[in-house]
Design a protein around this ligand. Sequence first.
Ligand SMILES: [Zn+2]
Length: 527
Amino acid sequence: MRLPFRAVLAALAAAAPGLAAQALPQTTAERTDYAATSTNAEVGAFLDSLELAGAPVRVSEMGTSALGQPIYFVIASDPTVTSPGEAAASGKLVVYLQANIHGGEVEGKEAVLALLRELAGARRELLRTLVILVAPDYNPDGNDALGPQAVNRSEQSGPALIGQRADGKNLDLNRDYFKAEAPETRASLARVYTTWDPALMVDLHTTDGTLHGYQLTYAPPLDPNGPAGPSTFVRDRMLPALRKTLQDKYHESIFDYGNVETPQAPQSWDTYAPLGWYGTNYVGLRGRMAILSEAYSHADFKTRVQVTHDFLVEILEYTGRHGDEIRRLERAADRQTALEGASSAPRPSLAVAYRLASRGVEAVRLEVMQQVRTYRLPVRDRFVDSLTRPLPAGYFLPAADSDGAALLRLHGIQVQRLAREWTDTVEVLTGTELNWATREFQGHHLLEVTGTWARTPRSVPAGCYFVSTAQPLGRLVFALLEPEGFGLARWGAFSRAPGMQLGASAGREFPVWRAERAPRAPSRVLP
Ligand SMILES: [Zn+2]
């Protein structure tokens, strides 16, 4: 249905370019004076109008949602780029802006649509240094599950009708990045992260109700297991600079994302969990830069759209100005990660458990009893390890685990399959204790695995998989496969092995083994 309509309008636009140029569309939020937010169909119509009016955008679809809706995906570029290869050849940095991962958190969607329109005019300059990818409505099913704001998101100031947090499979997409069960996650892994490999990802949200004195809060990637260079650049250079710019240029007050445990007697300002289940943390594990943006839920809808828009503009300006440095840091991270896995650089010890750490005591503005007050609090904006394991050369997975191998391939991780048996000393988790959470979370009973590591000679049969850490995604390999951490084991990924089923209290040994060196047996790299 969409293509013929587009073709007709394209013909009209070609015949009357002057007319088309006047017809830059308004967002639903703008048209309704911020009483309403766009449905997914309205997002599609807006993007079509924009493209037909001659804006430097190409509209496509990243994939299809659980309920069959298109997940719109826009490539903004000048001159036109339509593929990752062309983007690489252009020498420009690729940036990915993702809005509406949580269906009711709607201002990011309206802000990116307005920004895309501005790329047709005043902000076209941004495309001299950047290729900008945009998913304006990453969770179309959640977006269109409209209900009263007071019901769907009680701690939010409008608009009157908004969608729901989860996707069409009732999954929270911002907990799905490792297990990738949602079609939206799978689409973004296949069509964005492993293909375009964006240098920077921005994930747009609304806070869940904490009362503070900022229009927007932000966070860098938080998992200390990620390559340090890119994430540290975001945390220590980019975000402080953006905070100052938003204040100086727009008089908008922004700060690190955080919560207080007891609002009546605040002790510290604490960020959220460092796990790679969350999008921006996941991107950090890939050695790329990412920013979590959380507009203040108690600010009115128009204010939230505005501050999100301004934050995005300044992120893009900053990224464009620092393109060479960003690229250098990310290439160095890729190289260093692969060297560590190959033992050509010292192998790091990485976290399987974490604790919050403070960057120091600072003024933090909290709202208590309808008054914004300043408190001197430790700003706990980062995590350090509280229990570590050394990075191994890689992991062996059982031959039966073709699903696991396929999931790793979806993440863009190189996987080898042994063509012959290989005998070597490996590390095996023995005497495992399995603690299944009693409450269900995202359709799973999360599994905590503990045990004792033993070095032991083993025959690894032909058909088993070897996943090397000597690759640019080596840190992500650790995060996904280290049994005691928060990786796939936590989601029960290996629990079909004997003794590992839900309800079992102990398995004989964990089916994923740590390799001390890469196997010297013939193997095939999976396509
Ligand atoms: Zn959110």
